[in-house]
Ligand binder design. Structure first.
Ligand SMILES: [Zn+2]
Length: 497
């Protein structure tokens, strides 16, 4: 291992302590949502969904994924947005559902949202909803039977909070994540997978939402100076009169970063556009970011299976965290400003991490609050695979910097509601998570290990995979005794009763 100047080490330690999207918490209890009984005042009805037509290849979610049709009118310079969001939800379970839950994330921030109305698609108003934290619960007079569907329309206004975060704004950028009411997955045993957020010392720990794959049809219109605006998203815009329209199929989120001053770099690789969005003064770093995203996309497609979207947007974001979404990653501004010493840079570490989430989060979902290791551990280990492939001489440096220097300990199967907050969360889920994968690979051998990774990814496409799914797929690829490794890294190893 090469010696690193102390200055660099300090910079790296500072930067790395801020890494990753995903933040941690203390003693907050998870509150799997709503089991409250339905009120009997609702008069909601729904349209029965016809029996699905059998097809030779079954569609993901039997073609029953939630359909979001969202129309947003954005007054960029006043940071004011009016939105109509229509969600058509199909009961994909075998049991009736007696209330619908929407996660309305903007309500977490004071006065960030005003809900003008909630209605059915026939125009009837829904007024009997209630709130549980940031969740809107809509009771149904007649339960939604298996295969039946319902459409709910939210009309609302957003007053973008003046904060640096995935939902927020700065003087030169709007970041719109979690900005429309979202329907979480419904589990036949657990009910709605809707949890409380984990907040410690004013920092969110990890991500508290669970997302099903859904289809998005989003139209954006600007009230002022639309010709100056650039929209970074997980899909390419279609121009329609004065509007921009986006179609994003089988995605868990639809996120936009909007600015009137982006410089955009576009590169086409195997039919996929990699687009770098940055502010003009750091366009050289943006070029590096696009290079790294291309390398990561190429490597991970080889290992996990192809990347299925038309675009990957790599966006400089005025935040102090990094975050993955479907077809779009947000990278904190300081990594662009302070870019130096390649390949020992934060961009080199974090861009591969967020790109890996296109497979583990976007393609294969998981219960992020309760089983965050399922996406974060592999995304962290994927950083090492990136160095191993492209910068093998710096692989040891990566392990030292990213993992060993933090002296991580503990098991990886924690929820986001752990004692110790963000630092402990990173130590266990990210750093110990990477070590778990490393040990697993050593035990199984490369061939079985990589066959397993690909099988797990492809088998659980568009699903919400669990630790049990992980274990069951793993067992098909090795006869090795897994109990020592699982005993080391798990408090409650999957596969044990
Ligand atoms: Zn991550």
């Amino acid at each position: 291992m090469k010696l690193i100047p102390i200055r660099n080490i300090l910079l790296l330690l500072c930067a790395i302590s801020m890494l990753a999207a995903c933040t941690p918490a203390d003693d907050v209890l998870p509150s799997p949502s709503p089991s409250a009984s339905p009120t009997d005042t609702a008069t909601l009805t729904r349209t029965p969904t016809p029996e699905p037509t059998p097809t030779p290849t079954p569609l993901p979610l039997n073609g029953q994924q939630t359909q979001y049709v969202i129309d947003a009118t954005i007054n960029y310079y006043n940071r004011f947005i009016t939105v109509t969001s229509q969600a058509t939800y199909t009961n994909k379970t075998t049991i009736p559902i007696d209330e619908i839950v929407f996660i309305v994330y903007p309500t977490i921030f004071q006065n960030a949202i005003f809900i003008r109305s909630v209605s059915l698609d026939d125009g009837r108003a829904i007024t009997n909803y209630r709130w549980e934290s940031h969740r809107m619960i809509i009771p149904l007079a007649v339960p939604l039977g298996p295969g039946e569907r319902i459409t709910v329309i939210h009309d609302f206004e957003l007053y973008m909070p003046d904060r640096t975060g995935v939902f927020g704004q700065t003087a030169r950028q709007l970041l719109l994540s979690y900005w429309y009411p979202t329907i979480p997955p419904f589990d036949e045993k657990e009910g709605w997978l809707a949890y409380e957020f984990s907040l410690v010392n004013s920092r969110f720990v990890g991500e508290h939402q669970v997302f099903e794959a859904a289809d998005f049809d989003v139209t954006v219109t600007f009230t002022d100076r639309g010709e100056n605006m650039q929209i970074a998203a997980g899909a390419l815009p279609r121009r329609e009169a004065d509007s921009y329209r986006f179609f994003l199929p089988l995605a868990r989120t639809f996120v936009m970063a909007i600015s009137d001053s982006y410089e955009i770099i576009t590169r086409e690789v195997n039919g996929i556009q990699i687009k770098g969005f940055s502010f003009p003064e750091v366009v050289d770093s943006s070029q590096v970011a696009v290079d790294l995203a291309e390398k990561a996309l190429t490597l991970y497609a080889e290992i996990f299976g192809s990347y299925e979207r038309e675009v990957l947007s790599v966006v400089q974001a005025d935040m102090d965290i990094n975050m993955e979404f479907d077809g779009l990653i947000l990278i904190q501004s300081s990594f662009y400003w302070l870019y130096r010493d390649p390949p020992r840079s934060d961009l080199h570490i974090i861009i591969p991490h967020e790109v890996a989430h296109q497979w583990f989060f976007s393609l294969v979902g998981n219960n992020q609050p309760m089983e965050p290791w399922l996406d974060e551990s592999i995304a962290t280990y994927a950083e090492s695979l990136f160095y191993e492939r492209y910068f093998p001489e710096d692989l040891d440096w990566w392990w030292q910097t990213r993992v060993y220097s933090h002296l991580p300990s503990g098991t990886i199967d924690t929820s986001i509601y752990l004692t110790g907050g963000v630092p402990e969360y990173f130590n266990r889920v990210y750093r110990r998570g990477a070590l778990f994968y490393n040990d697993l690979r050593e035990l199984m051998g490369d061939e079985a290990f990589f066959n397993f990774l690909r099988d797990y990814t492809q088998t659980h496409r568009y699903e919400i995979a669990t630790g049990e799914d992980f274990y069951n797929t793993l067992k098909q690829h090795t006869d090795a005794d897994l109990s020592p490794i699982f005993g080391t890294y798990f408090t409650a190893p999957p596969g044990t009763p």
